[in-house]
Design a protein around this ligand. Structure first.
Ligand SMILES: C[S@@+](CC[C@H](N)C(=O)[O-])C[C@H]1O[C@@H](n2cnc3c(N)ncnc32)[C@H](O)[C@@H]1O
Length: 274
């Protein structure tokens, strides 16, 4: 008998990228090589096979683009702090640990309690139970002389515009001069959720539509780069199977590809560590 899951609506969606990474790990040419995801899928009592369609591979490609944003931050700031907001059962720390980073994974209570069944805190790896919308974790992740990189993958999309805008403004005020990566989605993807096979298998729906990430600069951010599945970092593209590397480039003009963006921002202002 596997580990039972009892997760809220949005929290349950973490099982989609988990299954995507597990399937990827079983491929001969795996993008992420996330063997732990295979172990977790085997250990969790859940009908993963109900998840089908291109979003499974999409969650792997997405993770690889976000990984490279974090890698680039760590190349410049090997002793920096990374905070993964809404981490789910991500194994990103294991993939990117450079032996020096200080890493926080944050998620809400039911997800964290599942996560703690499988992961332990370490010297430089800490889990925080809390919400991306709380403020009490800010002090915990802030340390003089340590640049901060905030990352939130497939989380903000599930919340209404006003809450997202408010939290982005707060990040800009609290973490000046810091890296911030998250995804945005335009109407072409938001309006077709009910036709997406993975969303047909869960009750959560995404709420926040943002067609143009430059509009978020008004909240105290500067857009550094914005990628789609047709424009991953060249080094990342080389890790993708040819069908995605070339196929998605050919589809680069099509709304399902152009509408979903993986963005890297910096918050304005002088970094506290400067
Ligand atoms: C689609 S999953 C993404 C998980 C992970 N980022 C990944 O890509 O594998 C959405 C995640 O948002 C988390 N979540 C939901 N509400 C949250 C909140 N208020 N604060 C932080 N995380 C939240 C869920 O628990 C879940 O882990």
């Amino acid at each position: 008998m596997g580990e039972p899951v009892s997760l809220g609506e949005v929290q349950e969606t973490l099982l989609i990228p988990l299954y995507g990474r597990a399937r990827d790990a079983r491929n001969e040419k795996s993008v992420l090589g996330d063997r732990k995801a295979v172990d977790l899928v085997e250990a969790i009592d859940y009908d993963f096979e109900k998840f089908r369609g291109p979003s499974l591979a999409g969650s792997v490609l997405r993770a690889s683009i976000f990984d490279e944003y974090v890698r680039e931050f760590l190349r410049r700031h090997p002793d920096g702090t990374v905070v993964d907001l809404g981490c789910g059962l991500s194994t990103r720390f294991d993939r990117l640990d450079n032996g020096r980073v200080r890493w926080f994974d944050l998620d809400v209570e039911d997800t964290m309690s599942l996560r703690r069944t499988f992961f332990d805190d370490g010297d430089r790896y800490m889990m925080i139970t809390g919400s991306i919308f709380d403020t009490d974790w800010y002090a915990r992740v802030t340390e003089p002389a340590r640049p901060v990189f905030l990352l939130s993958e497939a989380v903000l999309l599930y919340f209404p515009d006003a809450r997202v805008h408010e939290v982005l403004r707060r990040f800009a005020d609290t973490f000046p001069g810091s890296g911030l990566a998250f995804d945005t989605s335009g109407p072409a993807m938001m309006n077709t959720q009910d036709r997406n096979p993975v969303f047909r298998a869960v009750s959560a729906r995404m709420k926040w539509t943002c067609a143009d990430p430059t509009t978020l600069e008004q909240f105290g951010l500067r857009l550094v780069e914005s990628r789609t599945f047709a424009s991953p970092q060249p080094g990342v593209a080389r890790t993708w199977p040819a069908k995605y590397r070339y196929g998605l480039r050919l589809l680069g003009w099509a709304p399902p590809v152009t509408t979903y963006k993986l963005n890297l921002f910096t918050t304005l202002g002088e970094p506290a560590f400067a």
